[in-house]
Design a protein around this ligand. Sequence first.
Ligand SMILES: [Zn+2]
Length: 281
Amino acid sequence: MQGPSWISDENSWPTWTPQVKQETLLLTTTDDNEKMNPCVLNGISKIIDISRFSSLKKLLRVTCYVFKFVNLCKSKRPYNLRKYARHGKYITKDEIDRATRTWITDIQNGKFSSEKEQLVNPSKDKNLPLVRQLRLFIDTEGVIRCAGRIHNSQLDDSAKFPVLLPKKNQFTDLIILNAHLQMLHSGAGQTITQIRQSYWIPSIRQCVNHIVQKCVKCRKVTGKAFPQQISPPLPKDRVTIRFRLRQLVLISLDHYSLKIMDLLQNRIFAYSHVLVFVPYT
Ligand SMILES: [Zn+2]
C-alpha cells in the first residue's frame, strides 16, 4: 500500500496546537478521602429535561452523575482517572437523597413560590389558604413540609411531616409511578398509602388514578375482555333461492359404503352408505 508522498516523512506532517485557555482547564483531585462539599445546583430542571424520563430511579441516578461531574470540575486538585473509574461510578444513598431534595426544592420554588415567600417572610396581611390549612413550614434543608396534626404518633418523621408536592407535575407523576411499582401494581388505595409515608399531594386520589389507569400491566389484568363482534348480515347472493339453484348446479358427489361382517357366522349382516355433497360456494 502506498499513501500520499508526505505520509512517510514525519517532518512534513501538519501540526495542530489546541487553543485552550488556561482558565478553562479542569482542576481535579487524586485524593479519594477528600471531603467534597455537597453540590448544590439551583434550577436543576434547567439542566436536566425531566420530560425525557419515565423512571424516577433513572432520573435520580442521572442527577447524581451530574453532581459528580460538577464536583470534579469544582475540585482544585489533579484528578486520577483510574481511581475515579474504580470508586466514582458507584452511587451512594446519600447522593440519591441529595438528588431527591434538589429536585423537590427546585419544583417547590417554581410551584409554591408565593407560599415559600410567606413562610420566609411571614406577615399578618398575607395568609395563603394552603399555608394555613396544611400548616406548612420549611425544614432545615429548605424543603416545604406539612405539619398536620399527628405530631404525637409513633410514625416516622417523614410520615408525620410529609413533603409538599404539586399535582399535575412530571416529578410528582414519577413519584406516584415509583410508589405504584413498589407496591407491585396494587390499586390506588395502596399506592396512596405508600406515597403518604413521605409526600403530601393535593387531590392525590385523582393524580394516582390518572397514573394507574395508564399503567400497561394493570390494564392487561383489569381491562375488560375484547367483546365479541356482531357479525354483519350475509350477502344477498348467499341467502337468495337463485343463488342456491345456481350453486347446486356445480357440486361434488362422493359415495362409499362399509360392509359390517358377523365374524361368528362369517356373513355380511349390514351395509353402511355415506353420500357426500360438496357445493361450491
Ligand atoms: Zn400497574
